[in-house]
Ligand binder design. Structure first.
Ligand code: C2E
Ligand code: CA
Ligand code: CA
Length: 940
């Protein structure tokens, strides 16, 4: 806007200078008479042009203010025309005195002042143009009459120059113009800034002209000529003001409209009455290839190329001048389908053409076709199909469903599948089914249902959750086969072909299907699954010595036994004579797998009794492969698990092996650690170290975190990261946890006695420890044993504990907190980390995980995160501990962000009991603060 105005002002100044130079040239070469005539004629032309423009464009712009100016300037031009004609020396009238011409002049200026002063009235008001013109006409005629017929007041005396009457009327006009100028200058809001600028400039020019017209003695004199130059400038400005707004702005608006038209994402084409393209927006240009120069018919580029223009429905409509309401045209162009509409463009009284808008609906059309196809297929299936919405309300069933159950679609619509329930299954059966459906989106199993007739029947049922593109649940589809009453033997056969007749377990075929499904599921959810190949070690000898009947019994019992050890959703199949396959989905760490394998092996340590009343010992060898780590195809996974099983057999049977060498090594170390860990406490190999926690602003030690250590005589120093999860798995964690608690409390007692300060010790508690409902009692008893107040202890838990959302855990935490013990959230930021969520629990302290502190200096994101955690924690009244602070920069950042407590190698590594006491004794907070460094000799 600013630039534009500047540009225009420059433009106008150059025009004005050019005109001035031309006029000066005329004046010098041909004399003042011609000069005056040209100037005035020029102004008259400008006045009339302005009026014409304003008159004709007004109905589009509706700008009454400018229309008023336009009409006004026409009548000013009228008076100026006579002023020109009556100029002394003009041939037509041949007047000797300048009095008449000056009368016309003064009246013209008076009219101009009147118009400019009154124009603002029409910034907001409307008027009847004819009436206003009539008023001006009357005024102008009156003025003309006065100018011609009245000599007085006398404005000019030949030889003497201007009379005081003339000078004073000029000054009166100057004052009026000045008032008008001040008004326009200040009327910022209601007039467009460029128009305002032109009017003010015009007024300034008129004022200057008037001033010069008070100065001359001779109408041919210099002052008069300069005054006329200013007059031209003044008229030019008014011309620009009106042309600018009335003509240029509507055009720029039109350009803008064209741009908005380009912003429409759907292809839009404007055609004339003959179908020729007049305009195409950007979307149309990119969707249809439109040749840039040639005039083309819209049929050629946007309609079905296989039919001619005369047969084209859209073209027919256009030819008939009719609108086409939106309609889908399939396969219109390049196999794409469009929703097309044709709207006539009405131009005042006639139709100027059409606008054709096309929506690409290829995808929707295809989906609809697929749906139709799916509908037909489903209706012709021999399996019953039932589709429900998210709330399990039935929305559709197929013919086979009606055939099997006896319910017609309308009878069962909007009911829940509960209507089919036979009552044979316990609640827990359905609960397990829903649990798996919710976690895996899929369930398959046998279920007893009831027909409309009341007859009960078993069906093989698969249920799958339906999700839309954004993965929201939209409903369920259930497909089932009646496996009792068959239309023929085929469905029974199908069932048999998927199951092992002896054990009832899924057979190889069905297991492969499960495997395929598991692969798809893992791909989608980015999870892993494991395949266990289980082989009986001594089956051949059982068969040989006790006979096949006993062998069969062993197989049946073993299959039941395996199922009982595993989770409900793990799938067990009989793969060969004495081979079983197990599918364990959604695994996270391999350690869990060795655990399952061990459980299976150990559970067979006691004999299984059979009806023949003799105990039979069985043992198994297990091979494990993992998807996708080991292989990505079903065949390979099975093959790898099989060969791993043979490795386990070679290693002496009754054991397990992973396919991957790495996993095997880990499993072996785990086994070794496990055996050793069971004896560690008795062998006094477990001890506790203490890492000081330091107040971030005073540098005083506020206490320490107790960290467990294991120094095994055989295996050396083992860190908690490795053995804590092991201890949790084998149930040793309870004993170890209690040991650490007592050790820590005994120490904090010593520290308190030594320093006479209320130091505290923070003890880590595993989630597993919270499975003991009397944990609060254990802790309370421990505090009593050591004669310590609750404030001496802080309990550190991890977010994962809270995520269990168990009411028992909530109660335990509440009662521990009620004792007065502070509870802190460890490793904050690594889990789900919603502080607002922590609000619901009695949390006092947040420990920002080391991984964030590590990066605060280098990662902007982590720095912001730490800052935010501190802010929010403080907002919730929690204390913030920064863990793993190793250097000065990290310390300074935490201090600047008002973190409360520092724990980390910067101040000290975890220390043995005596070293910690030595540290307490020698700790000089003020000294460390001033030195800005820690004397490492104290803590080495
Ligand atoms: P944690 O509770 O987050 O403990 C902090 C860990 O960070 C400790 O490792 C500590 O030595 C280490 N650390 C502290 N400051 C720094 C530092 O400036 N730089 C570096 N690089 N490391 C630092 P630690 O002792 O190996 O303990 C590891 C984890 O084992 C603990 O993490 C905790 O989850 C668990 N843990 C330790 N003791 C026990 C215990 O008694 N019971 C239970 N349940 N878990 C424990
Ligand atoms: Ca901790
Ligand atoms: Ca931590």
């Amino acid at each position: 806007m600013k630039l534009n105005t500047n540009y225009r002002v420059g433009h106008i100044i150059s025009i004005t200078i050019a005109v001035t130079l031309l006029l000066v040239f005329i004046n010098v070469t041909y004399g003042t008479l011609l000069f005056h005539s040209v100037v005035e004629l020029f102004c008259v032309i400008i006045g009339i042009t302005t009026a014409i423009v304003a008159w004709h464009t007004h109905k589009h712009t509706q700008n009454y203010f400018l229309l008023y100016l336009g009409i006004g300037y026409f009548w000013i031009a009228f008076l100026d025309f006579f002023h020109m004609l009556t100029f002394p020396g003009m041939p037509f009238v041949n007047l000797s005195t300048a009095n008449i011409t000056l009368h016309f002049w003064v009246y013209g200026r008076a009219l101009e002042a009147l118009i400019l002063l009154s124009a603002p009235l029409f910034l907001t008001r409307q008027f009847n143009a004819l009436k206003v013109s009539a008023v001006f006409l009357v005024i102008s005629f009156l003025f003309s009459y006065f100018a011609i017929n009245q000599d007085s007041p006398l404005f000019f005396i030949e030889g003497q120059g201007l009379t005081s009457a003339k000078v004073w009327s000029e000054f009166a006009i100057i004052s009026a113009l000045f008032v008008a100028m001040v008004f326009y200058w200040r009327a910022k809001v209601s007039i467009a800034s460029n128009v305002r600028l032109y009017i003010v400039l015009s007024l300034l020019s008129t004022i200057s002209a008037e001033f010069f017209f008070t100065q001359y003695v001779n109408v041919y004199g210099m002052s008069s000529q300069i005054g006329h130059l200013f007059k031209i400038a003044s008229f030019l400005m008014i011309y620009f003001a009106i042309v600018q707004t009335m003509l240029k702005e509507p055009f720029s608006f039109l350009t803008l409209t064209a741009q908005s038209y380009n912003a429409i994402p759907q292809p839009a084409i404007v055609i004339d009455n003959t179908g020729m393209i007049k305009q195409a927006n950007l979307a149309a240009q990119s969707t249809f290839t439109i040749p840039s120069r040639n005039n083309v018919h819209f049929h050629a580029i946007s309609h079905d190329p296989s039919i001619s223009e005369v047969n084209c429905e859209i073209c027919q409509k256009a030819a008939a001048g009719e609108a086409l309401p939106t309609k889908v045209f399939e396969n219109l162009r390049n196999g794409c389908s469009y929703l097309i509409s044709l709207t006539p463009l009405q131009f005042t009284d006639h139709n100027a053409g059409f606008i054709q808008i096309a929506f690409d609906v290829t995808k929707q059309v295809e989906e609809q076709r697929n749906l139709l196809l799916a509908g037909t297929i489903i209706n012709n299936l021999s399996e019953g199909v039932m589709i429900t919405d998210v709330n399990s309300k039935i929305i559709s069933v197929n013919k086979a469903f009606t055939l099997i159950t006896g319910y017609a679609e309308q009878e069962i619509f909007n009911k829940t599948p509960g209507i089919l329930s036979s009552g044979r299954h316990k609640k827990s059966y359905y609960a397990a089914m829903w649990k798996q459906l919710n976690s895996h989106d899929y369930w398959r199993g046998e279920i007893w249902n009831k027909k409309k007739s009341g007859e009960e029947y078993p069906e093989l049922l698969s249920i799958k959750a339906l999700r839309n593109e954004s993965n929201d649940l939209t409903g369920y589809i259930a497909v089932f086969t009646d496996i009792a009453t068959f239309k023929g033997v085929e469905s029974k056969l199908r069932y048999l072909s998927y199951h092992d007749a002896l054990t009832g377990l899924p057979n190889r075929l069905m297991f492969n299907e499960h495997l395929n499904m598991a692969i798809k599921h893992s791909k989608r959810t980015q999870t892993k699954f494991a395949l266990f190949f289980v082989d009986l070690d001594n089956f051949k000898s059982i068969n040989d010595s006790l006979g096949h009947a006993v062998g069969d019994d062993v197989l049946i019992n073993i299959s039941k036994h395996i199922k009982s050890i595993l989770r409900d959703r793990d799938i067990v199949a009989r793969y060969g004579a004495d081979e079983f396959l197990i599918l364990v989905e959604d695994i996270n760490i391999n350690d869990n797998l060795s655990h399952i394998a061990e459980k299976l092996i150990n559970s067979l340590a006691s004999p299984i009794h059979y009806h023949i009343d003799i105990p039979i010992f069985t043992s198994v060898s297990i091979g494990i492969s993992i998807y996708p780590d080991d292989a990505s195809s079903t065949e390979q996974l099975v093959q790898y698990a099989d060969s791993a099983m043979h490795n386990a057999k070679d290693a002496g049977k009754n054991s397990f092996a992973f396919h991957s060498v790495d996993d095997n090594r880990k499993a072996q170390r785990r086994l070794l650690l496990e055996t050793k860990l069971r004896q560690a406490l008795e062998k006094n190999e477990i001890y506790v170290v203490y890492q000081p926690k330091v107040n971030a602003s005073t540098y005083e030690i506020t206490g320490a975190e107790a960290l467990v250590r294991w120094k095994s005589t055989e295996l050396g120093e083992i860190y908690p990261d490795e053995f804590i999860s092991l201890a949790e798995n084998i149930g040793e964690i309870h004993k170890i946890g209690e040991f650490v608690l007592h050790q820590a409390l005994a120490q904090v007692k010593k520290w308190r006695d030594l320093t006479k300060q209320n130091l505290s010790v923070a003890v880590n508690f595993s989630s597993k420890q919270f499975t003991c409902n009397n944990l609060n009692k254990t802790i309370e008893a421990a505090l009593n044993t050591h004669a310590l107040p609750a404030a001496a202890l802080e309990v550190e838990i991890t977010e994962s504990l809270l995520l269990k959302k168990s009411s028992d855990i909530h109660m335990l935490l509440d009662s521990i907190s009620a004792l007065g013990i502070k509870i802190s959230i460890d490793d904050f930021g690594t889990g789900y980390s919603a502080l607002s969520y922590l609000k619901n629990y009695p949390i006092n302290v947040v420990k920002i995980d080391k991984s964030f502190v590590d990066n605060i200096v280098v990662s902007h994101r982590d720095a912001i995160l730490v800052k935010t955690i501190i802010l929010m924690a403080h907002g919730l009244g929690m204390t913030v501990v920064a863990e793993g602070v190793e250097d000065k920069e990290q310390l300074t950042y935490i201090q600047n962000e008002q973190g409360d407590i520092i724990q980390g190698y910067y101040f000290s590594k975890p220390l043995k009991e005596n070293d910690f006491i030595a540290l307490l004794k020698s700790w000089d907070a003020d000294q460390i603060k001033t030195d800005n460094a820690v004397d490492l000799s104290l803590i080495s």
